[in-house]
Design a protein around this ligand. Structure first.
Ligand code: ADP
Length: 494
């Protein structure tokens, strides 16, 4: 008996007037290549985005290994479950294969022993049967090799379910054969694939099972062995007669349109649409039972002493730590950590664009020109004092480095931003500039959670929560006084 590794149950998703998915079912069994087929507009990409944790369904459930999918904001948990090769940031062309393999695994800006990593990279690549030298620069790789390195990167970080979105669209016959050989080796290592089928013949060449979508519904789930061209064609088009083997999926559920955001009344203030919503959030030994809503364009401060739990709270909201209880409304959250985490050898432009590298491409290859342009824009928008977008960030003063971190956190145009001690250790001018940039982000509609022990930072906040030993000791509305907040930080009743 093989187990279901990843599944969608009755998943629906609407975009404005378009019902992209209606009650879709899909179950990928351990170790198989599961094809996802359907004509253009059938809903394949929408289902892929839902299974990759890039968007939530309006209704229905996604499960991995029989367990509910993590909340959208818990990125590390998603990375441990599923990897989507085409939608991950592309490899950075100027870095080697080994460096690219370990790029996202640096911790706290510590220096990295690249020599040891190159050896580990060799092990990983050989272990998965990926015939690529770790010392090559990513820009020297073929499309096929880049895909294989991305797959190796995904599975080496723990994901056992890999989504390949039309991987052969740009490959020739020999390259397709080599990709398929590597996929079979990975299957033998226990990796399960969801394969968005580009040409129908591939379904027969590499897939063991298939789900066909038509007009947003799953109309066929079947083993490929024994599936006739006639049944497949009927499922894809809805035309012609199905043969006896075709299994029609159950009736689709009625879609429920989902209201966008929730409204919450704030006394004497116009209601703001709530963007970031945290309920009953707890992390054992750090904080307990925190509820917080941050509206569009609002800046909410969170402060407290070193033992208050404020940093752990910020890390949970930003999705870099997993809370032990509670929920975080699924929004895209930009994160500005308290310690920079910039890559010193890379330029300002490269650091700023790391999270959006996938968008700055021409014909699938990262465009240095687009990266530079995005870097120049960040320099102008955030007032970064530097020679230009190509300057490495390694030697920048602390304040300018923080501006790069803020620009990077906002590069994906998130709905919410979590900033932790954004002005710590920077000079007065950079501090004023950083705080002003946070206000500008809020005035553009970003919901800002500003976690800081610095009262100067808190002055730009609409309201401030004070944590004391992991609990909310004070919620100070607009017009809060310094003495009230300081008393609460120290655990003294005002
Ligand atoms: P496929 O990948 O099979 O071509 P998609 O999932 O891209 O299908 O699209 C399914 C339907 O949903 C299409 O009608 C498409 O226009 C619509 N759709 C997909 N994504 C969005 C979006 N972000 N906004 C609006 N409509 C969308």
């Amino acid at each position: 008996m093989s187990a279901v590794v990843a599944s969608a149950h009755g998943v629906s998703k609407r975009y404005g007037p378009t019902q992209a998915l209606s009650g879709v079912h899909l179950a990928a069994q351990a170790g198989e290549v599961h094809g996802l087929a359907g004509h253009s507009g059938a809903g394949k990409s929408t289902l892929v985005r839902i299974l990759a944790g890039l968007t939530t369904p309006d209704s229905g459930r996604v499960r991995f290994d029989g367990q509910a999918a993590p909340p959208l904001s818990d990125r590390p948990a998603w990375h441990g479950k599923v990897a989507c090769v085409h939608q991950r940031p592309l490899l950075i062309p100027q870095l080697t294969v080994a460096e690219n393999l370990f790029l996202n695994r640096q911790t706290d800006g510590q220096l990295i022993n690249w020599k040891a990593l190159r050896r580990r990279a060799s092990h990983i690549l050989e272990g998965y049967g990926v015939p690529v030298k770790p010392s090559l620069l990513a820009k020297e790789l073929t499309v096929e090799q880049r895909q294989l390195v991305e797959i190796a990167r995904a599975v080496s970080t723990g994901a056992r379910f890999v989504i390949l979105d039309e991987p052969t669209a740009r490959l020739d016959g020999a390259a397709i054969d080599r990709l398929f050989a590597s996929m079979r080796a990975l299957q033998d290592n226990g990796v399960t694939f969801l394969y968005v089928v580009h040409r129908m013949q591939e379904l027969y060449d590499i897939c063991q099972a298939v789900t066909v979508l038509r007009d947003g519904r799953s109309v066929l789930s079947a083993a490929v062995d024994g599936l006739s061209h006639r049944d497949l064609s009927h499922a894809l088009t809805g035309e012609g007669q199905p043969g006896p083997l075709a299994i029609e999926a159950g009736p689709a559920q009625a879609p429920k349109p989902k209201p966008k955001g929730r409204k919450k009344k704030v006394e004497e203030e116009p209601a703001r649409e709530v963007v970031l919503s945290v309920a009953g959030l707890s992390l054992v030994d750090h904080f307990e039972g925190i509820d917080l809503d941050v509206g569009v364009g609002e800046i909410v401060g969170v402060t407290g002493s070193a033992s208050s739990g404020k940093i752990a709270f910020a890390e949970c909201v930003a999705g870099v730590r997993t809370p032990s209880a509670g929920t975080i409304a699924p929004v895209d959250v930009g994160y500005m950590p308290s310690r920079a985490g910039l890559i010193p050898a890379l330029s300002i432009a490269e650091n700023v664009t790391l999270p959006i590298a996938g968008r700055l491409t021409r014909r699938g290859v990262l465009s240095p020109k687009l990266v530079r342009e995005a870097g120049s824009k960040a320099i102008a928008d955030f007032g970064i004092q530097a020679r230009g977008p190509r300057q490495p960030v390694g030697r920048l003063p602390a304040g300018e480095g923080q501006k790069v971190v803020l620009a990077r956190a906002l590069a994906t145009e998130p709905q919410a931003l979590v900033a932790v001690n954004p002005t710590a250790g920077v000079d007065m001018r950079a501090k004023a500039s950083l705080l002003n940039s946070l206000k500008v982000a809020a005035s553009n509609g970003v919901a800002v959670l500003l976690v800081s022990g610095d009262l100067d930072d808190l002055r730009i906040c609409d309201r401030v929560l004070v944590l004391f030993h992991g609990r909310v000791a004070l919620e100070a509305p607009k017009g809060w006084t310094e003495s009230g907040v300081v008393s609460a930080i120290e655990g003294v009743s005002p």
